[in-house]
Design a protein around this ligand. Structure first.
Ligand SMILES: [Zn+2]
Ligand SMILES: [Zn+2]
Length: 394
């Protein structure tokens, strides 16, 4: 859609509070104040100002305007069966809004667009509340997004409010998944850190690592951000040695994951190349030739899933590794092999993310440092050279 059509879709039209049906108050989708305009496209979403309409549109509304129109428009009263059917369709639509809103909010959070993230997070909360009810554990992801967006906007008190609600809901559900507990402790730890409550922050971040380790394992990439935030906490407490050791752990976890993921990608590429060659020579495609190959294909698929990263996880990790790189440059110098390890990990992650230009910049830098400082026989140097050889980076 071009930008002009997009602007037309976003247009707002004035509404008068006096014109609303009796007992109905038109409230702003973003802040809850009395509304004076509504979205022209759906006609069922209201705002207090063009600014709030713009934020909501960019943050989430452009993706869900048509769905909201369907679920918010008044329905004619029909038979009981028709009403049940309508409820079912509405519930499905709301579940899809929750998923879209969560992923848009995440995307905006990792790109530091906190106001836009707030718009998505509010939709996720509103619809989760409607479907699951208050005090439910299903609301926790939305509260965490709201808290993260508030933290980004430096509205710390607001963030704390959302986290208290999340804590309350978790407390009410002893069977709450560990992954959610881990994320809640992580968010609390980060908030306490920026608000100067260091001891509480360290406690929360230790809990984050604990719960993540139970589910995913202590060496898992899901647990790595916990070590990163913990390291930041130790840095603030002027315990640089511990901080460096924890950063090291983050880098090790990612290097190990990326080595395996790239190895898998390389063998996949090789298999595809062989397949193409066979087909060019008029041979049967692999997999149809013999039954055993199907098992191989399934095993390959499972392996592939093991290495699948969400877009937001890639963005978060690029941010974490870049911050550790800057720390290393400051503490050990730009030409240190410890700094080169970060260039290597970042280069590998950029290969994974299909960004060859950035991958090349980092890998060439790592290659150069290992060569100059450690020499041509060094395993780090040889490993980076191997990566540059097998992945075309131009
Ligand atoms: Zn408003
Ligand atoms: Zn709309």
């Amino acid at each position: 859609m071009d930008s002009k059509t997009e602007e037309l879709r976003m247009e707002g039209i004035a509404v008068s509070p006096l014109a609303s049906p009796k007992g109905v108050k038109y409230e702003c989708e973003m802040c809850g104040k009395i509304a004076c305009i509504k979205c022209k496209s759906c006609g069922v979403t209201f705002y207090c100002s063009p600014e709030h309409q713009r934020i909501d549109w960019d943050g989430i509304h452009h993706k869900i305007c048509h769905v909201l129109q369907k679920i918010r428009s008044p329905a004619n009263i029909g038979s009981e069966r028709e009403r049940a059917k309508r409820e079912h369709i509405k519930e499905k639509a709301m579940l899809s809004i929750i998923e879209i809103s969560k992923s848009e909010a995440m995307r905006n959070l990792v790109s530091n667009h906190f106001e836009l993230a707030m718009a998505g997070a509010l939709q996720a909360q509103r619809h989760s509340m409607e479907i699951f009810g208050a005090n439910r554990v299903e609301l926790v992801p939305a509260y965490l997004l709201l808290a993260e967006a508030s933290m980004g906007l430096e509205h710390h008190r607001q963030a704390e409010g959302y986290l208290s609600k999340a804590k309350y809901n978790v407390l009410k559900h002893p069977d709450c998944p560990n992954i959610l507990r881990s994320r809640l402790h992580r968010a609390c730890g980060r908030l306490y850190l920026v608000t100067g409550r260091r001891d509480e922050a360290l406690q929360e971040l230790a809990n984050d690592i604990f719960y993540s380790s139970i589910d995913a394992g202590p060496e898992h990439i899901d647990t790595a951000p916990g070590y990163f935030h913990m390291a930041n906490a130790f840095r603030i407490c002027k315990k640089d040695d511990i901080a460096s050791a924890m950063y090291e752990k983050v880098v090790d976890i990612w290097y190990s994951f990326l080595s395996r993921a790239l190895q898998h990608m390389a063998s996949q590429n090789e298999r595809e190349q062989q397949q193409r060659e066979r087909e060019e020579q008029g041979g049967a495609p692999e997999g149809q030739a013999a039954g055993g190959k199907e098992d191989d294909a399934q095993a390959g698929q499972k392996k592939k899933e093991e290495f699948v990263l969400e877009e937001t996880q890639i963005a978060e990790t690029l941010d974490i590794l870049t911050r550790i790189l800057h720390h290393r440059e400051e503490h050990y110098g730009k030409e240190s092999p410890l700094t080169a390890n970060l260039h290597r990990a970042l280069g590998m992650l950029y290969i994974y993310a299909n960004a060859p230009k950035e991958a090349r910049q980092h890998l060439v830098k790592a290659h150069e440092i290992y060569h100059d400082v450690l020499g041509e026989e060094d395993p780090n140097f040889l490993a980076v050279r191997h990566i540059i050889e097998i992945f075309p980076l131009s």
